[in-house]
Design a protein around this ligand. Sequence first.
Ligand code: NAD
Length: 502
Amino acid sequence: MDTMARTQAGAAETFDTVNPATGEVIATFPVDGPASVGAAVTRAQEAAQWWGGLSWKERRTRLLAWKSQLARYIGRLAELVHNETGKPLADAQLEIFLTIVHIDWAARNAEKVLGPRRVRSGLPALNLASRLEYQPLGVVGVIGPWNYPVFTPMGSIAYALAAGNAVIFKPSELTPAVGGWLVSSLREVVPEQPVLQLVTGAGPAGDALARSGVDKLAFTGSAGTARKVMAACAENLTPMVAECGGKDAFLVAADADLDAAADAAAWGAVSNAGQTCIGVERIYVVEKVYQPFLDKLSERMAAVRPGDDRDADYGPMTRPEQADVIEQHIADALARGGRTVVGGMQSVHRPYVAPVLLADVPEASRAVTEETFGPTVTVTPVADLDEAVRLANDSSYALGATVFARKKRQAMAAASALRSGMTAINSIIGFATVPALPFGGIGDSGFGRIHGADGLREFARAKAITRQRVRPPLNLTSLSRPDRDVKRLLALTTLLHGKRYR
Ligand code: NAD
């Protein structure tokens, strides 16, 4: 059902979405609640039957047609993302490009990852043929954030659809027009059934979706909201994926290419006004190169300018209240003895926040322990890469991380030792651009995985089937089981498993 129809169908209340840079109203949407969300679930259940009943090839063709639709209308969608979030047009285009890469991968790889396969039955069950199937779950609810309103929710939507599920999408209340565009664009290439539906509203609409009896809920947002969503999901034992916030660390080794590292760190810290779950928020630099790195980073950050014009490096804070959090984190860092190298309290001039580089900030400060979600970053010297890993890992969050080091072995060892779902070496957020790699967090950064084969399996149910081909040599699962067969089983157990291991 489109927005107009949903409004007429009884969603009495509406809300506006506004351009965060200009305050201009973009569109009006209905506030969905339990009744309209429940009706969407009923429609989705029918759509899931049809969609799940299509062949892998039929779904692939349709999803590739959707991908091509996004590619051809990338300009229009990017304009909408720019208007609703305030981010520069080029950033919106990059986000959509990456999304297209993911839809393409999910569509092309779903059968290979999830298609039925024979598995070995093993010696004790040689008489059985064994088969593993990954069946669709049915209806998947997706609750999205506003910071990457295309890329982030599509990490769940595209993979859930490719796995054969119908999806109900509740975008952030700050970006419903982008959500609506995505839903309409799929409807154009899949007109038969509403395999992707839109519901809109703030927290209560998401809560209604979590309680609606969907077969799985994929949530992306803050850890605090994830806790509420998990409690709501508990009502129906609805499983969920939680993609939450981060406090990503960036490690610089003594032998790192400092220009490349400073360039990557500056982009990672301030792009999208720092409103990135895998944005760089903490930098640990080996002492020997601390000062030259700090100089290079501050030079780059000082040259960056937020604004709404085409030349601006990034846009306004999409969520105005975030500026308060940023202000508090800077103030707390300064009160505890930290200093600003670039910017300061005056950098917060709503709705914009200019870059802030903080040094000498104690590890217990809010700017180090909590997600700031702004264009700020702390830089701290460390004795060596081991200390950098130790400090990076001392966080309740564990989403992404970055290591800059020339020696491959050292870089790989640090990458493995970092407590994070993903780590990039000598580049920034490389892992998000490789669709075959899973994406997700640990601890307060959430659980479950989107993207890649793990992301497809997240939206499927493993089903085991055995078929007896010939009668078993031992008749063990019968009430008339002969003692002789049990004795043979014991002899077989000793033979197969009784060997001593040292
Ligand atoms: P948020 O937690 O405020 O809201 C996220 C979504 O949840 C929104 O759609 C919101 O309407 C909905 N919601 C709010 N209360 C709800 C409730 N009680 N029940 C159900 N739904 C509810 O987060 P946000 O401000 O939209 O997004 C920013 C956060 O998202 C940051 O913490 C960021 O790091 C995180 N994020 C994580 C990833 C990732 O992949 N790990 C990606 C992007 C953003």
